[in-house]
Design a protein around this ligand. Structure first.
Ligand code: A2P
Length: 276
């Protein structure tokens, strides 16, 4: 092999080998089933906090293997963050879980989604109901200044089977509440508006139970000192499994909230947590 002069070498390493390629800048493994990673952001990519994009890797057949992933970073961040499950026999995540800093992933720069402020009518209190990796869009939205400008109170509920699965969200909330730069951006006085309500269902923790059960029993409201949940004050975004989404929708509708969309803002919006 002949040695390349430095300029040529530099040019070669900077040429993306994949269409829509982005470079991995950080990878963090949370459990044997969960990891998060950050990638470079295409300069032209504009999105609204809470939206998702298609990302993936080149498949063995030479075709891109893509799945929908909520962008977990806020719209102002210079990089993009994603939070993913690891499925050992999953076509994409069995491979994606092995990415390392410097690797490339494919990212189609067409953000879409309903978990956006535009899809909700103005309100006083904003609820983020998440299970599992469904916390990803809310990881974006709790770092979005508009969230704090538009609401007096923001409640992030996150339900997982085990305590370790809460760690990504717990660390993020801690970071939002303690990081000086984020405090400046979101307004230090605003950070007290954010309430975090983690629960587990299959391992002992300070608060146990499905969020649906805690809503139905009223325990959630008692814990937070809320007595006036309803369509005049409350707005909600929901992201979890199909079961969770259906069950929460029923509860919200019973309380008088109606489902909204980008073209028809109302009191709540729902999106499936995407599984790779
Ligand atoms: P549970 O342990 O009782 O099934 P998963 O890991 O299967 O995606 O689930 C994530 C969390 O969501 C678990 O704590 C699970 O509780 C909870 N969950 C699953 N389905 C529902 C549902 N229909 N309503 C409320 N919580 C749910």
């Amino acid at each position: 092999m002949t040695e390349l002069d430095p300029v040529t070498q530099d040019q070669i390493t900077k040429v993306p080998t994949l269409p829509d390629a982005q470079t991995v800048t950080q990878v963090q493994h949370w459990t044997d089933r969960l990891f998060s990673f950050r990638v470079t952001r295409p300069q032209s990519l504009r999105f609204r906090s809470g939206e998702f994009v298609m990302i993936g890797l080149m498949g063995d057949n030479g075709r891109p293997l893509l799945r929908a992933y909520s962008i977990a970073s806020p719209a102002w961040d210079k990089e993009l963050e994603f939070y993913s499950i690891k499925v050992q026999d999953g076509p994409l995540t069995s491979k994606l879980q092995h990415i390392q800093v410097g690797d490339e992933i494919i990212l189609r720069p067409k953000p879409v989604g309903t978990l956006v402020h535009d899809a909700l009518l103005p309100g006083k209190r904003l609820w983020f109901f998440a299970t599992g990796t469904g916390i990803a869009p809310f990881a974006s939205l709790i770092r979005e200044p508009q969230t704090y400008e538009d609401y007096d109170q923001i409640i992030l509920t996150h339900t997982c089977r085990e305590v370790a699965e809460l760690e990504y969200g717990r660390r993020l909330v801690d970071h939002v509440k303690s990081d000086e730069m984020l405090g400046e951006l979101l307004g230090p006085e605003n950070l007290a508006k954010l309430h975090y309500y983690p629960t587990t269902t299959r391992e002992e923790s300070p608060k146990m139970g499905r969020i649906t059960d805690l809503l139905n029993s009223g325990e959630l409201f008692t814990d937070l000192g809320i007595t006036d949940f309803g369509p005049e004050t409350d707005r909600a975004m929901v992201c979890g499994s199909m079961g969770l989404n259906t069950d929460i929708k029923d509860i919200l509708e019973r309380h008088g909230l109606r489902e909204g969309a980008n073209s028809d803002p109302r009191e709540y919006v729902v999106e499936k947590a995407f599984v790779g």
